[in-house]
Design a protein. Structure first.
Length: 81
């Protein structure tokens, strides 16, 4: 898989699993460098990765790449109401 670059993530500030803001440093208005993002120092659970893969199969329109929020990355997601 090709490395994620800042332009690919612009405007993708919502988590694809729960719909809440993902606080992605790269997708934010400032377009920070990837090293500034919380996800670079956080473990992404296998359950979250599997849920994301399943959702992408069910909804191919989900942007790739997509940034999870911290709760979903930890495997504690809740479907949007």
């Amino acid at each position: 898989m090709a490395p994620v670059t800042e332009p690919q993530l612009q405007g993708q500030g919502n988590c694809p699993l729960c719909g809440r803001g993902n606080q992605c440093a790269m997708a934010g208005a400032g377009g920070e460098d990837a090293s500034a993002c919380w996800c670079m120092n956080t473990h992404i659970s296998a359950q979250a990765l599997e849920a994301l893969a399943q959702q992408r199969q069910a909804q191919p329109s989900i942007a790739t790449p997509s940034c999870l929020c911290l709760s979903c990355a930890a495997g504690q997601w809740h479907l949007p109401a």
